[in-house]
Ligand binder design. Sequence first.
Ligand code: NAD
Ligand code: UFG
Length: 333
Amino acid sequence: MKILVTGGLGFIGSHTVVELIRAGHEPVIFDNLYNSKIETLDKIKKITGSDVKFYKADLLDPDSMETVFKENKFDAVIHFAGLKAVGESVQLPLRYYENNISGTINLCKLMEKYGCKNIIFSSSATVYGAPKSVPIREDFPLSTTNPYGTTKLFLERILTDLTVPDKDLKVILLRYFNPIGADESGLIGEEPNGIPNNLMPYIMQVARGILPELGVFGNDYDTPDGTGVRDYIHVTDLALGHVAALKRVNTGGGVDIYNLGTGTGYSVLDIVKAFEKANGVKVPYAIKPRRAGDIAMCYADPTKAKEELGWEAKKDLETMCKDSWRYAQSLTK
Ligand code: NAD
Ligand code: UFG
């Protein structure tokens, strides 16, 4: 299939482009390079041995996007492009609503105009808010606690509304849990700007000696060791979840929703210990107060994706830690 991958040079997008090519699809990337680098394109080519068409285009500049639609006929869109920093979204809500929501509306208008009937959307476990229990199933109640999460929840609803008048439109909402790791080549991975917010990127910077120690946000949660529990999933497994989701394309209109997680929860201290053991590197840490807005436990029930997509995460925590570290070591300080 010919697939438009918005945000295709970002962390999850670049890994998905690699797996799409490996599965025999033809991805076309557009990205505004706000949170990614053009060098990633060459790295994708190096990993796959294939050329990939790239457009520098912006969700907020419909003319730049229209060129992409004019020059290609897509079977489906995989829509990763968006801003994703929770804390920043609290400070810059308008920027988040404009980029993520207005940007996606612009994209949907072009899909309508050019007759593209399938969209796979990057949603997030954040739409479950503070879940009443774990593991989390797709039919759990939804709520959000910050503007970033609200953009995901609103976009789920907007995309769902579009399937009412357009009976041929297929919307596939993928709710990701916590992606970490990197392609085993060590060529592509996650490289956040500035001081990282997320656990694994922070651990990387401590392990590389850039930051002195990890702050563990709370050890008094109702979890086995008191630290927060999450469902960490290898980004390559997550990417393969998108390839599997393409099976649902052109199966009639409507909305399909899938959790993409492993179904296993690990605590912050589990991750620190696993990283140290896998890589033989020390990660000094100190217990700090809880981070506002954090929940104790969040992990998926991934049964639906297994049953309907034939997909399940395969890579274990040791592999996630080794692959994250291989990529981090390739970065200059
Ligand atoms: P990322 O920042 O690495 O990738 C997003 C890409 O979109 C970047 O390359 C960026 O330059 C591009 N982009 C942003 N705004 C754009 C615009 N207006 N026009 C064109 N391109 C634009 O993020 P990621 O971790 O790869 O996340 C991909 C998607 O998955 C996002 O929608 C994110 O919200 C969602 N998600 C991520 C996580 C996570 O933990 N990484 C978890 C759940 C959901
Ligand atoms: N943590 C620390 N220290 C840090 C960073 C994180 O102890 O320096 C802890 C957090 O308190 C939490 C766990 O590590 O218990 C994971 O935190 P992350 O920030 O890595 O991930 P979150 O689960 O908070 O959120 C991430 C994304 C959200 C997304 C969610 C589910 O940031 O956007 O995963 O996909 F919605």
